[in-house]
Design a protein around this ligand. Structure first.
Ligand code: SF4
Length: 432
């Protein structure tokens, strides 16, 4: 049996690099000129005030190169689609404007779609249903353009994971199931089975440690990885970040279900020697051994406060608030112990005994801890996702003064710090 082909090309000029990557893997072989083509980049979210898109979202340069190549090959029916985070409103069109995509509309007649503004169709996956964007289901060919990044819940986030952005909000939340049967690693990787993904191009201009969110850790990797086989493309992307498929539960589960080899030797890699680029990329954050918070809590001498580390049932809406929550709690520390506060999140965590107050951060822990006898005083921040203003108000009621301006200060600090380094070229996120 022939091996799936994956091309790995050193990034220089975006157009030439993407073209070479497609040529090496014969990427457009299955495409016909009358095909309805959907490009699915990773545009999960964006900070419009302090943009740090590096390694978090697909570069506009790579998407532009792809569109130009398709146009030159005579493809006319091209759509770009994504369902970004809703915080609380969807931001797809705003992101397209901020990232220069409007030019693709003007020059090549590309349609720019925010899936959140359109219809989703319920699709049966056997033991569960997910609602997929109608546009994705109706496309003839999907070109999947994830980024090369790690993920603090599922280790790597590449082509198979990027398709989670074709789901509606409820289905995304469902994928972070409470029961292990519907755990993150066992749900989203079924999506690809229902979609006509014909080509995957991993944008490795940057690589992101401790992803998936923007965090100032990204650095230049300058690689483009492409294949007509998404799983093989993910396998190579994972290997470049020094992960084996057998150690990445969602890829392993996919491989086992589809009888795929987990061995790099069973992939034909064309272009770069990947051993030259293999380098471990950290996916996780350091946490204190007694699960009371990040290591920074101990460094600052924080006591009387236990923020439990997230699990895979925490969905993206709450994940995006996690760091701001830690920032404001750290900033609230005055040198005096917190009044015995435990903070729990997600669908699985249960409040522990021995705390005076339990912060139930979000609808999920509020529901799952409804009758928990360990809770002396519940501080319910019930939103989905919860509201930091509400948290600030509730904490001030128990004598902890939260300054929400610290979140902005932190964003600004990270932005200044990151942009002062070399390689963070904002032009890669613009189309001129
Ligand atoms: S409360 Fe948070 S974890 Fe629960 S569904 Fe809402 S956003 Fe997701």
């Amino acid at each position: 049996m022939s091996k799936p082909v994956v091309s790995v090309v050193k990034f220089h000029d975006p157009y030439k690099t993407v073209k070479e990557a497609l040529d090496l893997c014969d990427g457009l072989r299955d495409f016909r000129s009358d095909n309805k083509i959907l490009i699915k980049p990773n545009l999960v979210g964006h900070d419009f005030d302090y943009p740090l898109p590096f390694g978090m979202i697909t570069t506009s340069a790579v998407v532009h190169a792809l569109v130009r190549i398709l146009a030159e090959e005579g493809f006319k029916n091209i759509t770009i689609g994504e369902a970004p985070l809703m915080i609380p409103e969807t931001i797809g069109q705003r992101m397209y404007r901020a990232l220069g995509y409007e030019r693709l509309k003007e020059r090549y007649g590309v349609e720019l779609v925010d899936f959140n503004e359109e219809k989703f169709v319920p699709v049966n996956f056997g033991s569960f249903k997910l609602s997929l964007a109608r546009r994705a289901l109706e496309a003839d060919r999907i070109i999947n353009v994830p980024v090369l990044k790690t993920h603090n819940q599922c280790k790597v986030s590449l082509g198979i994971k990027n398709l989670k952005g074709c789901l509606d909000r409820k289905s995304k939340q469902f994928c972070h199931g409470k029961e292990m049967e519907f755990d993150l690693d066992r749900t989203f990787n079924h999506i690809i089975e229902k979609l006509p993904v014909a080509l995957t191009v991993i944008d490795g201009v940057f690589v992101l440690p401790r992803g998936p969110a923007s965090n100032g850790y990204a650095y230049r990797k300058d690689l483009i990885i492409a294949s007509r086989d998404t799983y093989a493309c993910d396998l190579v992307g994972a290997e470049i970040m020094d992960y084996r498929v057998k150690d990445v539960p969602h890829l392993r589960y996919f491989a086992e279900r589809h009888g795929r080899s987990m061995d790099l030797d069973d992939v034909e890699v064309r272009g770069e020697d990947i051993e030259k680029h293999r380098e471990y990329v950290e996916y996780d954050f350091d946490w204190l051994p007694d699960d009371t918070g990040p290591k920074g809590f101990a460094k600052r001498g924080i006591s009387g406060l236990a923020v439990r580390k997230w699990d895979s049932s925490l969905c993206t809406g709450c994940s995006m608030l996690y760091n701001p929550m830690l920032v404001i709690l750290m900033a609230a520390y005055t040198g005096q112990p917190f009044p015995g506060v435990e903070v729990i999140t997600g669908k699985r965590m249960q409040a522990s005994p021995g705390f005076e107050k339990t912060v139930l951060f979000g609808k999920c822990p509020t529901v799952s801890n409804k009758n928990n006898p360990n809770i002396k005083q519940a501080i319910k921040i019930k939103g989905c996702p919860p509201d930091l203003n509400e948290l600030a108000g509730a904490m001030s009621d128990i004598g902890v003064n939260i300054d929400l301006k610290q979140v902005d200060s932190f964003r600004s600090y990270m932005y200044q710090k990151t942009m002062a380094q070399e390689g963070y070229d904002m032009d890669l996120y613009a189309i001129k």
